[in-house]
Design a protein around this ligand. Structure first.
Ligand code: ZN
Length: 107
């Protein structure tokens, strides 16, 4: 009888371990899915931040002595003497001030 009891205990332990392993496997799969979702969220967040940074980085500028409006990252914009540099709130503002639009702003 004692032998039998022992056997039953061992069987019970194994079955519990088995179900624990299944449970853990299931949890790992759920966590892997969450990690994947977080990675996707993180990617979208990075893209949003990058596009926001790009908006902030680009200013519409022109030289007082020039004729064209430039994106502040344009090679021509970088040649503008800071003393002559004008910054506009928008391309429209620049055009109404009499400036033409450089290709750098239409791309
Ligand atoms: Zn330009």
């Amino acid at each position: 009888m004692i032998q039998n009891q022992f056997e039953n205990n061992v069987k019970l332990s194994f079955s519990k371990t088995k179900s624990d392993v299944y449970y853990l496997f299931d949890q790992v799969q759920k966590l892997q899915k969450e990690v994947l979702n977080l990675k996707l969220d993180n990617k979208e967040l990075k893209e949003t931040i990058t596009s926001l940074q790009n908006i902030q980085e680009y200013e519409v500028v022109a030289s007082e002595k020039g004729k064209k409006l430039h994106n502040s990252s344009c090679v021509f914009a970088k040649k503008i003497n800071p003393l002559n540099k004008l910054v506009f709130n928008s391309v429209y503002d620049g055009i109404t001030s009499g400036y033409e639009v450089c290709d750098c702003l239409t791309n």
